[in-house]
Ligand binder design. Structure first.
Ligand code: HEM
Length: 156
């Protein structure tokens, strides 16, 4: 039977990797393709597919963050929390976790707005310009969180 700390770590790494993968798909496949679609098809496509994409992202973000907190608890028992501000390992996990939290807040903050904006044709062009930037910035931030966590766990 694998230890709980390994189960938490595997869950954390797999969900973080799936989240990163979904952002790559958005940034490099879905949005570039949607941009090439005719306007009337675009609204239909986005209002049909986008809710599912963001629902998957919500689940992956929730599992990444909760399994990270669980892993953190199994490793530290949430005692001596000052080590997070005084050790390199602690600072790296804190920085990676904070970046993840930032993207999670943006995700849950704008959730739903993109669908409604796409459905209402008049805001579609502006929303599409935003969609060409937001996933790419998200990709940079989540990749950085990933790297900080890996350096925390294994050094560089
Ligand atoms: C609430 C936010 C988070 C917390 C509390 C958290 C906590 C942790 C902890 C305690 C570890 C183990 C470090 C070690 O083995 O020494 C870890 C590893 C890891 N975390 Fe996070 N994490 C969070 C968010 C994230 C995010 C947003 C990502 C990436 C999208 C991420 C990716 C990883 C990866 C890839 C590892 C494994 C590194 C390895 O074993 O090579 N974590 N995390």
């Amino acid at each position: 039977m694998p230890s709980w700390i390994n189960i938490a770590r595997w869950l954390h790494i797999l969900s973080a990797a799936a989240w990163l993968g979904e952002i790559c798909l958005m940034a490099f496949v879905l949005i570039p393709q949607v941009t090439k679609m005719p306007a009337e098809g675009r609204g239909q496509f986005m209002t049909h597919f986008f809710p599912r994409i963001s629902r998957l992202a919500s689940h992956l973000i929730a599992v990444t963050m909760l399994s990270g907190l669980w892993l953190n608890y199994l490793m530290t028992g949430w005692r001596n929390m000052h080590v997070y501000l005084t050790s390199r390992h602690g600072l790296l996990v804190l920085a990676g976790g904070a970046l993840g939290l930032l993207i999670a807040l943006v995700h849950f903050g704008v959730l739903g707005q993109f669908e409604t904006r796409f459905a209402s044709g008049d805001q579609q062009a502006k929303t599409l310009r935003l969609m060409q930037i937001v996933p790419k910035v998200g990709l940079l931030v989540v990749s950085l969180a990933f790297i900080l966590m890996m350096v925390a766990a294994r050094g560089y």
